[in-house]
Design a protein around this ligand. Structure first.
Ligand code: FAD
Length: 329
């Protein structure tokens, strides 16, 4: 069976991989020039940083076996240092229980996992799907015919695509939070090296919710003696400042970093701002209610489950399994 999949993020690739393993012919259409979607890695001044997904935390779900046992594990690293809490301006140890969950990354960045998933799959990069078409019993995408479709972009885009063939699903109540993410690179080492790899803020002194230290997460992300941070703002600030210039966003991160690590960190040698309009779902539209039985267009992605990689992966498998079950009948 030929299955057209929109989106080469973790969910679309998980679906394609399962279908291909079951002997089908999935074709994945991806608007961007690379796979990964929100699991992405950028290069900034000889440094690698993840402005989206920070770490893989499999929590015993299906992604775990793939990550640890099925795909090549070269460059896969367990993040040794825990997450601490930023409370009243001071880092304090975080929940022991939460820090017991193993967290993983790759030496070459978060994008490595989707890259590995995509190996051997038919993925068409730079191929935005503007509309769907339905001809008799088949569907077509960018002039190619398919028996079934899987749609994995964030749900507002799924709604738009369905609308191009006069269809809809119950996704109107789903919503996503925005996230401003700032990467900062310094040709200065953190000395002493902190006992944590990231700080999760629970105070109001800064609108930065998450401060990840890429160079503590994985040692090979930057040249020796450099430090790279990823600062992610909370949803309130991100929503309000999504269109604000870099010149007003970056100083907010710098003042936090300089306060924590000293005045040398007030002046980065490189900076990058990523504006995620749909970073993670705030309210999901559950897979079962979005996908009535018998439909040959399946909607997947983290918006149908929950906003994390392991859930996006699971939703892709659920979509593939729906199609495989339909074929069995
Ligand atoms: C800032 C941030 C931090 C995060 N931190 C973590 C974390 O630490 N741990 C964790 O587990 N998760 C984290 N997440 C969430 C995680 O990244 C997502 O849940 C997961 O990557 C979603 O995968 P997906 O396949 O559902 O969607 P996406 O990754 O969004 O994939 C959808 C793909 O569809 C493509 N697309 C969209 N429209 C079209 C079209 N019309 N035609 C063709 N292609 C199209 C997009 O380009 C994209 O590649 C974070 C996300 C963000 C943004």
């Amino acid at each position: 069976m030929r299955v057209g999949i929109v989106g080469a993020g973790i969910s679309g690739l998980a679906a394609a991989r399962r279908l291909q393993q079951a002997g089908h012919e999935p074709v994945v259409f991806e608007a961007a020039p690379a796979v990964g979607g929100r699991a992405t890695t950028i290069k900034l001044m000889n440094c690698l940083a993840d402005p989206g997904l920070q770490a893989y935390t499999p929590r015993g779900m299906a992604i775990e076996r793939v990550l640890l046992n099925e795909l090549p594990t070269k460059g896969l690293q367990k993040i040794e240092k825990p997450i601490h809490i930023l409370s009243h301006g001071r880092p304090i140890p975080g929940s022991q229980e939460k820090n017991l969950q193993p967290r993983y990354t790759y030496e070459s960045g978060a994008v490595r996992f989707p890259e590995l998933l995509s190996e051997g799959l038919d993925v068409r990069l730079d191929s935005p799907v503007e509309s769907l078409e339905k001809r008799q019993n088949r569907f077509s995408i960018r002039g190619e015919e398919f028996d079934s479709l899987i749609l994995t972009p964030p749900l507002p885009e799924v709604g738009r695509l369905l609308g191009t063939i006069g269809k809809s699903r119950s996704i109107a109540n789903a919503s996503y939070r925005p996230c401003l993410s700032v990467v900062l690179a310094y040709d200065v080492a953190l000395n002493p090296s902190p006992p944590y790899s990231a700080l999760l803020s629970d105070d109001r002194m800064s609108p930065v919710l998450w401060l990840g230290i890429e160079t503590e997460k994985s040692k090979n992300r930057a040249p020796e003696g450099w430090t790279v941070f990823v600062a992610q703002f909370g949803p309130g600030y991100s929503r309000q400042h999504l269109e604000s210039p870099e010149s007003s966003i970056v100083p907010v991160c710098l003042s936090l970093v300089a306060r924590l690590f000293g005045p040398r960190f007030a002046s980065p040698v490189g900076q990058y701002v990523k504006r995620w309009v749909e970073s993670q779902p705030e309210r999901v539209a559950l897979f079962q209610s979005v996908n009535p039985n018998g439909e040959r267009i399946i909607v997947a992605g983290d918006g149908t489950y929950a906003g994390r990689a392991e859930n996006a992966y699971e939703s892709g498998l659920m979509a593939a399994d729906r199609i495989l079950r339909m074929e069995d009948r």
